[in-house]
Design a binder for this molecule. Sequence first.
Ligand code: HEM
Length: 396
Amino acid sequence: MTIAIDLTALDYRTDPWPLYERLREEAPVHHVRGGAWDGTDFYMYSRYDDVAEALRDKQLYSSQIRQEDYLNLPMLVNRDAPDHTRLRHMTNQAFNARLVRTLGDWVQDIVDKLIADVLSQPRVEFVEAYTTELPLRVIGGMLGIPLDRKASLRRWSSAVMNMFAVAAGMDPDEAPGFFEDLVDFGNYMGEMAQARKGQPNKGDILGELVVQHEEGNLTRDEMVTMAWSFVAAGHETTMNLLGGGFKMLLDDPALAARLRAEPDRTRDYIEEYLRFYAPTQWLLRRTREDIVRHGVHIPRGALIHVLLGSANRDPRRFDRPDVFDINRPGNAAHMGFGAGPHFCPGAALSRLLADRSFRAYYECIDRFSFDPADPPQLRTRQGSYGLARMPLIVSQ
Ligand code: HEM
């Protein structure tokens, strides 16, 4: 039986799990005719092993999705070796786990200030007040963007996310002005980098990028798009984890009580959350050769929708995958951060932000309740799973 796929359908964006199950069982490589933005076909991979192959095997699959148009930006995420290897090496230097570990006190300070602010108001829109603010302040700070440009940074972050969505087929009219905002961000980062030239490196990411640029390892465009990548790739994804994770604590007081009693289980909670509700639901790849999988012939150059969210619920890999269980053995094998050479370089940072946030909220979680007149709403951007709004009442 054919499974109808409408990437624009609201159901697919907010409750894709039943469809994923059908795909895994009935059509592990699902051929969607004429479904891509340019009217060409695409294929969907829904089982864990196939998803892992598509992400890990760089001989067979390419990350360079848009090849000949204005969206073919020199970004880490859509480059293959050798460009990717070079850019990735620099990213790892800027983002290594040691650097992230040294950020702990600074992050804690931001978390504490934001929570104090949230608690001081009788009503808050949590996405606006907390989940947007925290990653934006941290990543903006690491890039050396001053707080007074926060409003611009939000606009820029959204523009980069929209650029990815448009590259994956969203109608650009759904995101008016995104390209102008991108250019604006590029110019700003270019000016900041210019101002830093010849100055001592302050040890932040921008400083690292400027050094690499001055040493001739990075072009200006690469430097700017690298900054875009961090803001965009790190902002909405982390928001989805923070907002969804906080909502789950409110929905499940027993879980919240257990974590309050055993805060060291927070890392398990985070991993299981990322498995269960992957903030990035799917990625794109292109085949480099003709291949046959599960009896389906896939031509060279075909577009593949790699369904991380489905791989994470594959019963072939995770026992009782639709049960949320922080005791699940090996839950960190989830695909929430991808796999292979493009594995998320921001994983340690986002784990740090979530860990500090959840631990701080266990203590005051009883003061929050949902607003019955204004329930939480999910985001509807393609490929992204998380909260768009969550109005809360805060007891004073
Ligand atoms: C919960 C939070 C996060 C999730 C779920 C997430 C998810 C992902 C995934 C699935 C990929 C793989 C993309 C691919 O293979 O095509 C990725 C790559 C990437 N992420 Fe994250 N991410 C998160 C946080 C962050 C943060 C905080 C940053 C940086 C500030 C970041 C920066 C990046 C970059 C630069 C890439 C591209 C890496 C490459 O292509 O080599 N991410 N992320």
